[in-house]
Structure formats: structure tokens, C-alpha cells
Design a protein. Structure first.
Ligand code: ASP
Length: 330
């Protein structure tokens, strides 16, 4: 009788011998973009492209049949939550949705470690969004199943950064040598915290345009500088718009302000209109993690350079790739 020997953390039981490139992700958490190398990104994007092809050709298939995802959202979400659900279901798996923690035992005071330990009894992977920075890492400490950070307060949103980068590559065919301008709430916006960090793997120039009180946190600027990133800060878009290849617009994060008067004072500072687009390069793309609440006028939507709807579609393919990888099937 042979006894069952569980695969080691780096060895997927499902992958054919000789194709273990994605095996390093098997059973792993996805907590921060800092865990990825350029080589990893290339691999993830290769899998995401295959997912895009498969969805286009056949829609739903059985790669993760029998696997279960717990989608644990302590904060509102439309795209992240539904794209993870769609990703799991397109791969043939199923989902335990906990979108409204008010109706779960969390409202009885259950701690995050206990909630996570519960869910991993029923699921193979847990996606978590939480208002506190570091919460995904805390969950990962207590879970033995993979934890995927879907936004931890003002901290990080690594799967968003991956899909943002995937969009840039799909739209412009490269990342190196681009000038990327991040606009809006750079203080509280976790998507720009993750994307700027991920971009340190490439040779780009980063411009930050924000109201004074919403500047990119100094500790992130210092972190990026130590990795050689060229960065510049502005309080208007005018000096940089004509030199920008990617304009990454963000929402002012109303829910993070302690003082609502401060929010009111900055909320409509930047609005991308057709007139702003007139000053931009013909090949520039406009991105936004969405939701938008007035930062991009709807008249811009028909401009071929408006990439934000294509960007959210990328989320499906990148999240399919990540789920397949952490579950040892890619
Ligand atoms: N959906 C993104 C996030 O969860 C961006 C936003 O909410 O403004 O961070």
C-alpha cells in the first residue's frame, strides 16, 4: 500500500513534469506586489492571455472543477468581487460569497483569524477585502490555504495592480520607457500604492499629480527612490499631460477622510474632459480602477484612448490566472 505524500509547497501535483514554471505559486498567498519579480509577471500575463483566449473561444471550462473560493468582503466592491466570482465560475469552480459581513458572525464580534480559520474548512482559497492595512497579511498568518489580498484599507491592492499592468501591456505593447502620470487621491488610493511599487520592476517615469493634502505618502516615494524610480510631483496636470503615455486617474477616497470638510475641499479638483484629452498624445491611454465619481467626464468614454472599460475586463483574465496558479493548475 502506498501512502499519500502531500506535494511540497513548490510542487504542484497537477502539472505535468517539465512544466513546473507556475509551481512556485502553488499554495501561496498573494498579499503585496513586492512579492513578484519581472519573470513572475511575464508568467502571470502568459497565463492571463491563455485565459482570455479560452473565455473568448469556449466561455467556461473545467480547470478548477470541484474547487471552492470564499469571497470575504468587509468593504464594498463591484468589480473585484464579481470578477473573482466570475473567474472562479468560468474555471468550473464555485464560490462562497460573503459580501455583507453584517449578516455573518463578524457582526457578532468574531475576529478575522477565527473567520478565516472557519472559511478555510470549507474553501480552497480565500479572497479578502478589509478596511485595515495589514489585514490580509494577518489572515494569511492564521490560514494554511492561500489568501488573496483584494484591498487592505489604504495599503495595497495587488491583483488590481497586476490587471493595470496587463492593460498597459495589452494597450501599448510595452512598459519600459513609458511616462505614467497618477492623478487624484494618491494618499489614500491603494491602487496607486500597489501599481507604483510594481512599476519599480520596469524602467518608467512616474508623475504624481494631486491636491496638496492627497500627495503620495513620503514613505512610498522613499521606498521607490531606493529602487531607482524617477518620480516628480505636481499640483496641476498642465505641465505633464502632453508628455504622458498612461494617465492613471483615481477617485478621491471619501470613506478614508476623518474630516468631511477636507473631502469637500478637494473632491472636484481634477476632471478629465475632451479639452484635457486634446492636449494629450494620440497614443496616450486613460485608466481608472473605477468606480469614478466625476473625475472623468462621460464624453471621454468614446475616445479610443479611454481604456478604463477594457481595463476592468482584464481583471477577469488576470484573476483567473492567479486562481489557477495558487491552486496548482497553471
Ligand atoms: N476599486 C478600487 C479599490 O477598491 C478603487 C476605488 O475604490 O476607488 O481600491
Amino acid at each position: 500500500m502506498t501512502s499519500y505524500i502531500p506535494p511540497s509547497k513548490n510542487q504542484s501535483p497537477y502539472l505535468p513534469f517539465g512544466d513546473q514554471r507556475g509551481a512556485q505559486f502553488y499554495g501561496k498567498d498573494i498579499l503585496s506586489v513586492n512579492q513578484f519579480s519581472r519573470h513572475d509577471i511575464e508568467y502571470i500575463f502568459g497565463v492571463a492571455k491563455e485565459m482570455r483566449e479560452m473565455v473568448t473561444r469556449i466561455g467556461t471550462f473545467d480547470l478548477l472543477k470541484g474547487k471552492i473560493l470564499a469571497n470575504l468582503f468587509y468593504e464594498p466592491s463591484t468589480r473585484t468581487s464579481s470578477s473573482f466570482t466570475s473567474a472562479m465560475e468560468r474555471l468550473g469552480g464555485s464560490v462562497i460569497p460573503i459580501n455583507e459581513v453584517r449578516y455573518s458572525s463578524v457582526s457578532k464580534g468574531e475576529s478575522l483569524p477565527d473567520t478565516v480559520r472557519t472559511l478555510e474548512c470549507y474553501a480552497d482559497v480565500i479572497v479578502i477585502r478589509h478596511p485595515e492595512m495589514g489585514s490580509a497579511a494577518l489572515a494569511a498568518k492564521y490560514a494554511s490555504k492561500p489568501i488573496i489580498n483584494a484591498g487592505d484599507g489604504v495599503g495595497e491592492h495587488p491583483t488590481q495592480a497586476l490587471l493595470d499592468l496587463f492593460t498597459i501591456v495589452s494597450e501599448l505593447g510595452k512598459v519600459d520607457e513609458l511616462t505614467i502620470t497618477m492623478l487624484g487621491d494618491l494618499k489614500y488610493g491603494r491602487t496607486v500604492h500597489s501599481l507604483s511599487r510594481l512599476l519599480t520592476l520596469f524602467k518608467v517615469k512616474l508623475n504624481y499629480v494631486s491636491p496638496e493634502i492627497l500627495r503620495m505618502p513620503p514613505e512610498i516615494i522613499t521606498e521607490l527612490k531606493s529602487k531607482g524610480m524617477v518620480q516628480a510631483e505636481y499640483n496641476t496636470l498642465d505641465p505633464v499631460i502632453s508628455k504622458t503615455d498612461v494617465l492613471y486617474v483615481t477617485r478621491v477616497q471619501k470613506e478614508r477622510f476623518e474630516n468631511q470638510d477636507d473631502y469637500e475641499s478637494v473632491k472636484g479638483t481634477f476632471v478629465i474632459t475632451p479639452e484635457v484629452m486634446d492636449q494629450a498624445k494620440d497614443k496616450m491611454i486613460v485608466m481608472h480602477p473605477l468606480p469614478r465619481v466625476g473625475e472623468i467626464a462621460m464624453e471621454v468614454d468614446d475616445d479610443p484612448r479611454a481604456a478604463y472599460f477594457r481595463q476592468m475586463e482584464s481583471g477577469l483574465y488576470v484573476r483567473m490566472a492567479l486562481l489557477a496558479m495558487v491552486l496548482g493548475k497553471a
